[in-house]
Write a protein that binds this ligand. Structure first.
Ligand code: AMO
Length: 438
């Protein structure tokens, strides 16, 4: 184990991608040992960093003796600095290799095969629960990195789109005093002498801000104490939230569709290599609108079981088969199937909607109740106490425009566009019923 001057290393080091692209002659690289191979007279290390992989080739009699001698002793995932010369090589992957003059081991990895039954190689067949137990190692894999690089692009592109329509990014409290979605799926926390809860959504806050600042957005973490363990639910997840004044559900469905189209376009542009690693072909989605009644009639016609107040999982899958690569907005949702803050439309229907994409609900939203009297009624109908929502109801007494918005699951969107079987693959460190570490 040796020390190097990290400031100097940063000044001199180039990335593997740069070395592969156009560099010849002396270089300094740093990264992880992906693999080693010993053919007795020739030894190889495959070095990886975030930009790619390059072969480091030692040749007996040519490579400095000590460097050559130690090359095959370096364990996989060890962190090394390689100094040497980049040369063209027909046999090497990428057409270039490094002839090392010096290899410095910054931190040797313990032997993975012995200490943990885990392989950090891209070919690893390790099951998801084990991978999540060793997520810090799992994150060394290019396939896993590709997922999170794409997710980062989604978040960046969401921000970009929102800023382009003059929405203001907002932060909201994560500790709240009462439910924001109705129901009982809240994590209780102690807040000094009071009982409080972890935020289940920023719903009430984004509405209050939109009523003052017109357009607001956030990428917000939410907690839901649902006990079920499914491949599409997390207990801690993130949402792309948007809220807009002077808008109904049709205005915000359009905003959502355009934001997702922009996000996917950016992924196609920026993450070409990551999509290749994951073997995903992405298309910018088309958009389709239908009422809940129309959706259910269509599903019945296709012999799919339907539900009175919600779409069934099977129904969501069928909509994807009927309209592939399309965001299907199902609006005029039954009032009973939507939370108290959604504006009623007549006696039984609402201004709420869900968006289904690639066989799964990714978003729900709608126009909100901005009239205090009606809001009190809606709360009572849902078995909630208006006094627990005093400041929220009061906010609509002093200049609240009609408004609408949506919340879209960050992990759900990542999951569906990358065809992941389990939503946990779309979170670096998932929190579910059983998992609180790492
Ligand atoms: P909703 O509860 O439908 O609506 O959530 C919005 C979107 O967030 C994602 N999502 C989840 N993802 C993973 N695990 C969960 N447990 C989970 N729960 C929800 C889904 C879902 O479509 N305040 C409203 C939105 C609004 O009206 O603006 C809300 O939270 O993709």
């Amino acid at each position: 184990m040796e020390n190097v001057d990290l400031k100097k290393l940063n000044e001199k080091r180039i990335s593997v991608a740069e070395a592969l692209k156009n560099k010849k002659g002396s270089v300094e690289l740093a990264g992880w040992v992906h693999n080693t191979r010993d053919l007795s007279k020739v030894k190889f290390i495959v070095l990886k960093d975030m930009s790619g992989m390059i072969q480091v080739t030692g040749v007996k009699g040519k490579t400095p003796e000590k460097v050559f001698k130690d090359m095959d002793k370096i364990t996989r995932e060890s962190v090394i600095v390689v100094r040497g010369d980049v040369i063209d090589s027909k046999q090497a992957p990428g057409g270039k290799e490094v002839n090392p003059t010096e290899i410095i081991v910054l931190n040797a990895a313990e032997d993975l095969q012995i200490d943990v039954p885990f392989s950090a190689g891209d070919e690893s067949k390790t099951e998801l629960p084990k991978r999540l137990d060793y997520r810090f190692l799992d994150l060394h894999r290019r396939k896993v990195q590709a997922i999170f690089k794409i997710q980062a692009t989604l978040m960046q592109a969401f921000r970009e789109y929102m800023i382009s329509i003059d929405a203001v990014e907002a932060n909201f409290p994560s500790v709240i005093s009462s439910s924001s979605e109705g129901g009982t799926e809240l994590f209780k926390v102690k807040y000094f002498e009071k009982d409080a809860y972890l935020s289940q959504s920023c719903q009430l806050y984004k509405q209050m801000v939109a009523c003052a600042m017109e357009k607001v957005f956030s990428i917000f973490t939410v907690w839901r104490a649902e006990k079920h363990n499914t491949v599409r639910h997390l207990n801690e997840s993130r949402q792309f939230d948007f809220e807009m004044a002077f808008a109904d559900e049709f205005v915000v469905m359009d905003v959502m569709a355009k934001s997702v189209q922009h996000m996917i376009k950016k992924v196609i542009e920026k993450n070409l290599e990551d999509l290749e690693i994951l073997e995903i072909k992405l298309k910018v989605p088309a958009v389709k609108y239908m009422t809940f009644k129309e959706a259910n009639e269509l599903l019945k016609k296709n012999k799919v079981d339907t539900n009175e107040h919600d779409l069934t999982g099977e129904g969501e899958k069928k909509l994807n088969q009927l309209f592939p690569d399309t965001i299907v907005f199902v609006h005029d949702w039954p009032l009973k199937g939507k939370p108290f803050y959604i504006m009623p439309k007549g006696k039984d229907l609402s201004s709420g909607f869900d968006a289904i994409y690639k066989g799964m609900e990714i978003t729900s939203g709608g126009q909100r109740v901005h009239l205090p009297k009606l809001l009190e009624e809606r709360l009572k109908t849902k078995g909630l106490k208006p006094k627990d929502f005093k400041s929220y109801i009061d906010s609509f007494r002093y200049g609240a425009p009609p408004h609408a918005g949506f919340g879209m699951g960050v992990e759900r969107l990542t999951m569906v566009i990358l065809g992941l079987e389990n939503i946990r693959e779309a979170v670096m460190f998932p929190r579910d019923r059983d998992r609180l570490t790492p």
